[in-house]
Design a protein around this ligand. Structure first.
Ligand SMILES: O=C[C@H](O)COP(=O)(O)O
Length: 220
C-alpha cells in the first residue's frame, strides 16, 4: 500500500515528504480553505504542492456540469505533470471523467460511497477511485466494511486501464491497518493520523529503556 497525504498544508507536505514514505497528495476544497488560501492563489498553491511531491497530486474541480468540469480539469492538468483531476462521483462527473481520461488526463473520482459508484467510475476511465471510510463511521455505519466491498468488487474486473483504490476519509492508524489488510492500493491520510502510523507505545517504551541503559554504559 502507498501512503498519500490528505492535506493542502505545505508545511505538512514538506515534513511528510522528508520521511521518505510519501507517494502522493490529495486535496479538496475544504482542505484548501483550511490553509486560508484565496481563490486567485489556488492554482499557484497546487503548483507548489506538485513541486514538493514526487507523485500524483489530486486537485479537485468545483464545477457542477460536464463541460465546466472538463474545462476545470484541463486547466488543473496544465499546472504540472503530476496533477490528477479530482472529480465527484455524479452523472456529470462520470461524463467529464470519460472525456478527460480519453485525453490522457488522470482522474480521481471522489465522494465514492458504494460499489456501483466505484464500478461506474472505473468504467468511465477513472485512474483512481476514492471510497470514503470515516464519513460512514460518522453516521454509525461501518466504513471499513464498505471499503472492503469496493476493493473486492473492483478487483473482480479488468477495466482495460490501471485503476487504483485510494482509501479516503481515513481517520486513524487502525483504518490504515484495515485498508492494507484488504489490499487497498493507497491510503490517503491526514497528517496527524499519518504521524500516528509511525508511532507505537512499545516502540517508545523500548527506546526509553535503550537510552537509559546506554547512559549506564557511558557512566561505567
Ligand atoms: O476528500 C477526501 C478526504 O479524504 C475526505 O476526508 P474527511 O472525511 O476526513 O473530510
Amino acid at each position: 500500500m502507498k501512503f498519500f497525504l490528505d492535506t493542502a498544508d505545505l508545511n505538512e507536505i514538506e515534513e511528510a515528504a522528508s520521511w521518505g514514505v510519501l507517494a502522493g497528495v490529495t486535496t479538496n476544497p475544504t482542505l484548501y480553505a483550511r490553509t486560508g488560501g484565496k481563490l486567485d492563489d489556488f492554482h499557484n498553491h497546487i503548483k507548489r504542492i506538485c513541486d514538493i511531491v514526487d507523485g500524483p497530486v489530486s486537485a479537485e474541480s468545483v464545477a457542477m456540469t460536464r463541460d465546466e468540469i472538463i474545462r476545470d480539469g484541463r486547466e488543473l492538468a496544465a499546472l504540472a505533470d503530476n496533477v490528477v483531476v479530482k472529480i465527484p462521483t455524479m452523472v456529470e462527473g462520470l461524463a467529464a471523467t470519460k472525456a478527460l481520461s480519453e485525453e490522457g488526463i488522470p482522474v480521481n473520482m471522489t465522494l465514492c460511497f458504494s460499489v456501483p459508484q466505484a464500478i461506474m467510475a472505473a468504467r468511465a476511465g477513472a485512474r483512481y477511485i476514492s471510497p470514503f471510510v470515516g464519513r460512514f463511521d460518522d453516521i454509525a455505519e461501518d466504513g471499513i466494511a464498505q471499503l472492503a466491498d469496493v476493493v473486492a468488487a473492483v478487483n473482480n474486473y479488468d477495466f482495460g486501464h490501471d485503476v487504483e483504490i485510494i482509501a479516503a476519509s481515513v481517520r486513524s492508524a487502525n483504518h490504515v491497518t484495515q485498508a492494507a489488510l484488504m489490499g487497498a492500493d493507497i491510503a490517503t491520510v491526514p497528517f496527524a493520523a499519518l504521524k500516528k502510523c509511525v508511532q507505537h507505545p512499545l516502540t517508545d517504551r523500548g527506546l526509553d529503556a535503550f537510552m537509559k541503559d546506554w547512559e549506564k554504559v557511558q557512566q561505567a
